[in-house]
Design a protein around this ligand. Structure first.
Ligand SMILES: Cc1ncc(COP(=O)(O)O)c(C=O)c1O
Length: 378
């Protein structure tokens, strides 16, 4: 006899879910949450919850294969690149990249483009290990934040890689396209925009991202790395720090965060159902433009100071004129079911994160609220 049986219906939601504009952990599509809810109780016909089955079991290995294949298909990843799933989110790669892509190759040189909080942090971490030069530093709170033209960059041609952050989620700065350099090879933090549009993977030696924006839940990192950049073992180093070792173990160096992998698979399947990355890219561009229009047409009541060509389609920061007005805005928004609109603690103000899972209806509702708030509080 089975130890327990699946309840006929899952517990009804007591509180209605609002629109969640959080930067990550971020909103998940309703269908993904529902499927995960069921799988936590019983995964398909296994009689066990998804968080309770062995990572070495046939069923989990099938899931792992589906996840990798799905990611490869969505992003059109060529055979030249491996896909790794490494626990710990995005931040470990600030150190693992200089270790694996510079020091392990016998060089201490790499160059960094700084356009905001995350690239500055990555550069700071790299400097503890290697001689990381700065190609550009555009992380200034000036009237307009912009990415300087390539002609103004100072790139070390001998560097092991050129590192940049494709989308600065705190400052709302996104590269319209990867920097058009031939050398050094590109390395990018795409935590906050991977899967939001197609990416020319072949132009990169390495791309990494934390999963908590477009690939499920926090605590998992994905790394897409050119195979010829992998080293099996790096003499004198713990194997857990080696991308080559992670590749050899098929991302099972130790027990993987199985639930995170499952969420990632659910997100991959959801993205496929949405029509893949070209369809999501069109939708994301439209969503962002509706929100920027509301900001730009507010007569200065809401202000976004990022240059239009590099405004993020994923994270839209905006400011109101005083801290008191900002506080009132956030309170009333939250009372209206528009959650987590506060800006990052380092910059204040407001920020709407609008990853793939945020539908246009959520943006429309936010814009109606913003216009209404401006009318009564302005
Ligand atoms: C662009 C970017 N890089 C890195 C990180 C850090 O991610 P994690 O907290 O998973 O280390 C974030 C988190 O929001 C981010 O947006």
């Amino acid at each position: 006899m089975a130890a327990s049986t699946l309840p006929q219906s899952l517990p009804a939601t007591r509180v209605q879910r609002g629109w969640n504009f959080g930067p990550g952990p971020a909103m998940l599509p309703d269908t993904v949450v529902k499927r995960a809810q069921e799988a936590l109780w019983c995964f398909e016909d296994t009689g066990m919850g998804i968080a309770e089955i062995s990572h070495r079991s046939r069923r989990f290995l099938e899931l792992a294969l589906k996840l990798e294949t799905g990611v490869r298909t969505l992003l059109e990843i060529p055979d030249s690149h491996d896909v790794l799933f490494i626990p710990g989110g995005a931040t470990p790669h600030f150190s693992l990249i200089p270790l694996n892509l510079a020091l392990a190759r016998g060089t201490r040189r790499a160059t960094y483009a700084i356009t905001g909080h995350w690239s500055r942090l990555a550069h700071r971490e790299a400097r503890t290990l290697i001689d990381a030069t700065i190609a550009i530093d555009a992380d200034h709170d000036s009237d307009t934040r912009a990415i300087p033209e390539l002609a103004h960059w100072s790139i070390d041609p001998e560097a092991a890689f050129l590192y940049y952050t494709d989308n600065e989620s705190i400052n709302g700065v996104e590269y319209p396209a990867p920097p058009a350099v031939r050398t050094p090879p590109l390395v990018s933090d795409m935590t906050a925009n991977l899967f939001s549009r197609p990416v020319p993977i072949d132009r990169f030696d390495l791309i990494f991202a934390g999963a908590q924006k477009n690939l499920g839940i926090t605590g998992l990192g994905i790394v897409i790395v050119r195979k010829e950049r992998l080293h099996k073992a790096i003499a004198g180093w713990p194997s857990i720090l080696s991308y080559g070792d992670w590749a050899d173990s098929r991302s099972m160096h130790n027990t993987p965060p199985t639930l995170n992998w499952y969420f990632a698979l659910l997100m991959v399947e959801w993205m496929e159902e949405q029509g893949g990355l070209p369809a999501l890219a069109t939708r994301n561009a439209r969503k962002a433009s509706i929100l920027y229009q509301t900001i730009d047409q507010s007569g200065g009541f809401y202000r976004n100071t990022v240059s239009p060509e590099c405004r993020s389609r994923m994270n839209v920061p905006f400011k109101l004129s005083t801290p008191q007005l900002t506080e009132l805005f956030l309170r009333e928004a939250s009372q209206s079911g528009l959650f987590q609109l506060d800006g990052h603690r380092s910059v204040g103000g407001c920020r709407a994160s609008i990853y793939n899972a945020m539908p246009e209806a959520g943006i429309q509702e936010l814009c109606v609220f913003m216009n209404e708030f401006r009318r009564h509080a302005g």
